[in-house]
Design a protein around this ligand. Structure first.
Ligand code: COI
Length: 353
């Protein structure tokens, strides 16, 4: 694809790499491409980062025809740039866009666009420990009009943000609130997509969790309010005795790239992994009896986040004495070792830019 380039007149000062937080700073440029019914995807360009003017009737503002992705670029010890399984993000966005009835950017164009903007902004890839360049692609409806139907035009945009840890806790255990009032998704809905609406629907519970001193929400299934699904920003896994249990992908859970990678690594190490219904009663009982040895979340932003406490209907269960478990730490070290190019990538997951 031909990509035109318009260079920013002035470049920003780069932030302190030791104090990046998550998603607070954005680079000098962004990638953009448009879609309409006559021309398909056209006019690929890298332009200065900045506002995107919109008609107040633009459909995304009214009916939320929008999807996004999240992946990262890393610097390996030789100074090369690595991406982690970007084709998985491309395919997931295609599946999300199908469900939201939006134009789908082909996998090769998605990956090419990511590579182009990351290469152009490579000076922004931080090198301090646990930092990376977060890549946020987004597709949204740009047609102006307030009739409810699939829009006739879309934009695909990639912005970049140098980031550190997602949670203020860093890689230390987080406290999780099990939500029993609100639900996030149901089978047949949009739970498996990365659409903004899923996240909008999650915020009320997130606020409630924070008011109670918890970092994130663990969602139960929307029908029975019984089976464990995912945490707001990550998939979730539990080591119960010697088996790792996680929710199956049946439509209401996000098919995480990190989730898939960790299941792969665990099976490679000989662990039993069960993708199945896990009721909150079974989980809390495992917590009470000590059968619940470790718990962690998996996500691009969250990486591997140990879970130290669950609170369900007022009952609290502490996991592994609120310490990061041995397996959780080993998974974190292995995954980040591959992502940052410190360990051999025997799965061929990283892509040199
Ligand atoms: C990610 O892990 O990339 C996400 O999109 C989660 C979140 C920050 C919404």
């Amino acid at each position: 694809m031909e990509i035109k380039i318009e260079r920013a007149k002035t470049l920003k000062q780069k932030p302190d790499q030791n104090n990046l937080g998550f998603g607070k700073y954005f680079t000098d440029h962004m990638f953009m491409i448009d879609w309409d019914q006559d021309q398909g995807w056209h006019d690929a360009r890298i332009v200065p980062y900045g506002p995107i003017p919109m008609d107040p009737a633009t459909m995304v503002l009214h009916y939320a025809q929008e999807t996004f992705e999240g992946l990262k670029a890393y610097r390996n010890p030789n100074g090369d740039i690595l991406l982690f399984r970007p084709e998985m993000n491309a395919r997931r966005m295609i599946n999300s866009n199908k469900r939201i009835c939006m134009a789908e950017l082909p996998e090769e164009m998605f990956v090419e666009a990511v590579e182009a903007i990351v290469k152009y902004e490579q000076d922004w890839i931080p090198t301090a420990p646990n930092t990376s360049l977060y890549i946020r692609p987004v597709t949204f409806a740009t047609e102006a009009g307030v009739g409810v139907h699939p829009a006739k035009s879309y934009k695909f945009v990639i912005i970049l943000s140098p980031v550190g840890n997602y949670y203020p806790e860093g890689v230390n255990p987080v406290k999780i609130w099990v939500e029993d009032e609100f639900v996030r998704a149901v089978k047949g809905g949009t739970g498996f997509t990365k659409c903004g609406g899923n996240y909008a629907a999650s915020i009320a519970a997130q606020v409630k969790a924070e008011q109670n001193g918890y970092t994130q929400v663990l969602w139960l299934d929307g029908v029975h309010r019984k089976y464990v699904e995912e945490v707001g920003t990550m998939n979730v896994m539990f080591l119960i005795n010697d088996t790792v249990v996680t929710a199956a992908l049946e439509g209401s859970v996000l098919p995480g790239v990190t989730r898939d990678s960790i299941i792969h690594i665990l099976k490679d190490w000989g662990y039993k992994v069960e993708e199945r219904d896990l009721s909150i009663d079974e989980l809390m009982e495992a917590g009470r009896t000590g059968a619940l040895k470790e718990a962690w979340g998996t996500g691009t932003a969250a990486v591997i986040s140990p879970i130290g406490e669950l609170c369900y209907k007022g009952e609290k269960v502490t996991i592994n004495g609120f310490e990061t478990g041995e397996l959780t730490q080993k998974l974190y070290d292995t995954l980040t070792g591959i992502q940052w190019g410190r360990l051999e990538d025997k799965y061929h997951w990283t892509k040199l830019v």
